[in-house]
Design a protein around this ligand. Structure first.
Ligand SMILES: Nc1ncnc2c1ncn2[C@@H]1O[C@H](COP(=O)(O)OP(=O)(O)OP(=O)(O)O)[C@@H](O)[C@H]1O
Ligand SMILES: [Zn+2]
Length: 760
């Protein structure tokens, strides 16, 4: 017998190996000596040693390589398969659907330590104090030792894991010293078996629509039947309560629940929402985990130890012992699509896995993507609607402010210069009124930094990134003006702010436009005490710059949840899923600009973002309102959204896409080519078109420069293939994509394929 192994190499094939000589020599060897399908083996590959996954056993006669040319595996790393049949099937499906090499699919699915061949049973070191230690056991001068000992003592008899202790400020050398002195000891904690999940708090009384949704979904769970649900509930309608009550039934049946959340959604509150309802083993999976924790989480899912798994995109690729439900929260969110290597969409993979396990999958959102609405139309998803907010809360009405009729408010600096605040008096008045009523205001601006452009007023020069087709963002603050710099938000290039224009020497350089830092400062100037210029209301800036530190979200939450009047200024980070009950006014000074973009998906994404942000208003007892300041109050899309709401807006867009033959009514694949010159990338794509089968039946758009064709000093061109039927597209790709990668002109270039792309 031979084993077929998937190896982490970018080749669309698997490799045959013989068993180690010792096994081969014993003809009576038990079949178990054969590495099991789904286990890891170490093998020679060229001059390297690689670790791969056994995907099949075949008879020597069935190999395309003669037996004497085949190499033997070095060793098998696992006694039992680490991937079961379902995981292997998932890998094959991903490889086929996304046209990605199987070995590389495993590279994406498996945690780093598993790929490196580490044993799966991670031994996490714990430390505890030894009994009967008194102060006399310490040398009087060993103050630091005593202090470190006392820190560990706080954890009682069972002590704590080393990483927790290090986080708390204990130091490794001291742990060793204390161990050598016989004061503390290390031990490995055996994993406790999970106990059945208990309710920590009683569920809420559901309203009729919630009840209807919960019953329908639980029925699918009880019947062990795959069903995809679109839980289409307006913002604040209590989708979470629906998840929780369905989860209860699934957890009580002893099954695991996977909850996917968008990348930015994983704040400390996310876990709390579930932990406050269920006493259960909850595992968080996110990109910030180190390798050890990732492996630990992977094992906990695989062995069934984890009962509730909350994770971002990649959690959908984890192995599960007994999965009973998948929830994709904010299912429309862009972060569910992976934008490099294996370009999967987590919601699509979630549906596939639902079919695999015969379980319900809930896609929850207030702003369903057109793809998901189309699946409802096609009968592939069942829609459950939540059209009201529980209790007295009402969705906040949206109101337009015509910024052409009233110019934006001017403010004067201490030295008499006037500047534009970017806010109309109407908006400022509404903010003031809200604060004076004791409520909170959220101002949404999807642009961080101080200003998006630095412009020379004399000659029109603009500070551009030398490596990208993009302006450099001005980072600056009036309070700390020495810390000023220019930064590219695409490649992180940084530069000083020039004193004079590098082109004409003029000193007339001006930061144009408004980012969150500048808006916060403008608001500060408008709402500060005019005599002392002291802050009357806290202004809390929430963006990637202010939430970078680990605990910063926690601090921001605490400040907001004190409930005192305050202005929150935030980027799309504040749009998603947050529940700030005291926010009664949401302001969008220029969110509607996205309706002017050339990208055909822009109206959909702009509307989703606007509705999500608007949804932060009036979630508590008091009514909310939403003000949209716009320079194009007659824009048909904007009016449609404000007047008829998201669903009607989205339905119109879907109809329009149908007329134009665009996804989701058609199916697309995007081929991107990256290289040192634009000419080379274009040529490779032209050559690719030349070898398309003559009867392909696809619409071919391009090659053209990619939007932002130069990025990080590399050039990008792209080619789009559109098919009426999904099958047609895959049929062409099956025969065409691998020869494209082998084209002579594609050498030294990076060619990638994106199935169901979300941006082009
Ligand atoms: N049946 C109910 N009775 C009373 N309160 C409820 C009920 N269902 C939900 N709530 C409360 O309503 C509030 C909003 O619910 P939730 O955050 O789940 O909304 P959501 O639909 O997820 O909104 P979003 O899409 O904006 O995140 C929460 O404070 C929740 O506790
Ligand atoms: Zn750049």
């Amino acid at each position: 017998m031979l084993v077929q192994v998937a190896l982490p190499v970018p080749l669309y094939r698997v490799f045959d190996y013989r068993l180690p000589a010792a096994t081969q020599a014993t003809p009576t060897a038990e079949p178990s000596a054969l590495p099991a399908i789904g286990s890891r083996v170490e093998v020679p590959f060229g001059r390297q040693t690689l670790i791969g996954i056994v995907v099949a056993h075949i008879a020597a006669a069935d190999s395309s390589v003669p037996l004497n040319k085949l190499k033997s595996i070095y060793r098998c790393l696992d006694d039992e398969p680490i991937l079961n049949a379902a995981m292997l099937k998932l890998a094959y499906w991903l490889a086929r659907y996304y046209h990605y090499p199987l070995g590389d699919v495993f590279g994406v699915i498996l945690p780093t330590l598993v790929r490196q061949g580490k044993p799966l049973d991670l031994l996490i070191t714990h430390w505890r104090i030894l009994p009967n230690i008194t102060d006399d056991d310490f040398h009087p001068n060993a103050k630091k030792q005593k202090q470190q000992f006392d820190m560990l003592k706080l954890h009682g008899e069972r002590g704590a894991s080393e990483d927790v202790l290090l986080l708390e400020g204990m130091q490794r050398p001291f742990l060793k010293t204390l161990e050598e002195k016989g004061l503390i000891e290390r031990y490995i904690e055996p994993k406790q078996a999970s106990t059945p999940v208990k309710l920590a708090k009683l569920p809420l009384d559901l309203n009729d629509e919630q009840q209807q949704a919960v019953s329908t979904i639980i029925a699918a769970h009880k019947a062990s039947r795959y069903t995809g649900f679109l839980l289409n509930g307006i913002t604040g309608s209590g989708k979470t309560e629906v998840y929780l009550q369905v989860m209860q039934a699934v957890l009580e049946a002893g099954k695991q629940v996977l909850i996917l959340v968008p990348e930015i959604g994983l704040t400390p509150q996310t876990r709390a929402r579930f932990a406050s309802r269920f006493a259960a083993d909850i595992v968080l999976l996110h990109s910030g985990m180190n390798n050890t924790h990732r492996l630990q989480g992977w094992q906990d899912c695989r062995t069934g130890h984890a009962q509730i798994i909350i994770g971002t995109r990649s959690a959908v690729l984890y192995p599960f012992a007994d999965l009973g439900l998948i929830v994709v929260d904010e299912a429309h969110d862009g972060s569910y699509k992976q934008q490099d290597t294996l370009r999967y969409h987590a919601a699509d993979v979630a549906l596939y896995r639902g079919v695999q396990y015969n379980i319900p999958v809930i896609l929850g959102t207030a702003t369903p993507s057109l793809e998901h609405l189309k699946l409802v139309d096609d009968g592939k998803l069942i829609e459950c609607q939540l059209s009201t907010r529980p209790g007295n809360a009402k969705p906040a009405p949206m109101q337009l402010i015509d910024a052409r009729l009233q110019s934006t408010h001017q403010q004067t600096t201490d030295d008499g210069a006037r500047y534009d605040t970017g806010l109309t008096d109407a908006m400022i008045g509404a903010i003031r009124q809200t604060l004076e009523a004791g409520d909170q205001v959220l101002v949404f601006l999807n642009r961080r930094g101080y200003a998006p452009v630095l412009l020379c007023e004399a000659c029109g020069w603009q500070a551009d990134c030398p490596r990208c087709d993009a302006h450099l963002t001005v980072h600056y603050s009036r309070q700390n003006s020495s810390n000023a710099y220019l930064k590219c938000h695409h490649c992180d290039w940084q530069a000083y702010i020039p004193a004079v224009c590098p082109d004409c020497g003029s000193q007339n350089l001006d930061a144009k436009g408004i980012g969150t830092t500048r808006l916060s400062e403008n608001l500060h100037a408008i709402f500060a005490n005019p005599q002392t210029s002291k802050e009357l209301y806290p202004i809390i800036q929430i963006d990637r710059d202010t939430t970078r530190r680990k605990d910063s979200w926690e601090n921001i939450y605490q400040r907001i949840n004190q409930g005192d009047p305050a202005i929150l200024v935030g980027t799309q980070m504040v749009a998603k899923g947050h529940h700030f009950p005291n926010v009664t006014l949401v302001c969008l000074p220029n969110a509607d600009r996205g309706f002017l973009s050339a990208d055909f998906r822009s109206p959909e994404h702009t509307a989703q973002l606007m509705i999500q942000v608007a949804g932060r208003a009036g979630r508590g007892d008091k009514a909310g309102r939403v003000l949209i300041q716009t320079l194009q109050p007659d824009n048909a899309l904007l009016l449609k959204l404000v007047k008829d709401g998201y669903l009607s807006f989205a339905r119109d867009l879907l109809q329009e896409r149908k007329m134009m033959g665009l996804p989701p009514h058609t199916h697309a694949a995007l081929i991107r080519c990256e290289g040192k010159t634009l000419a080379a990338t274009m040529q490779a794509l032209k050559d690719a078109i030349a070898i398309l089968p003559s009867n392909h039946n696809l619409a071919v758009l391009g090659p053209i420069d990619a939007p932002m064709s130069k990025k990080n000093s590399r050039y990008h061109a792209q080619l789009l293939l559109i098919a009426k039927e999904r099958g047609q597209l895959h049929q062409v790709l099956n025969h065409w994509w691998q020869p494209v990668l082998a084209l002579p002109s594609a050498k030294y270039l990076k060619l990638t394929l994106d199935i169901d792309p979300v941006g082009w």
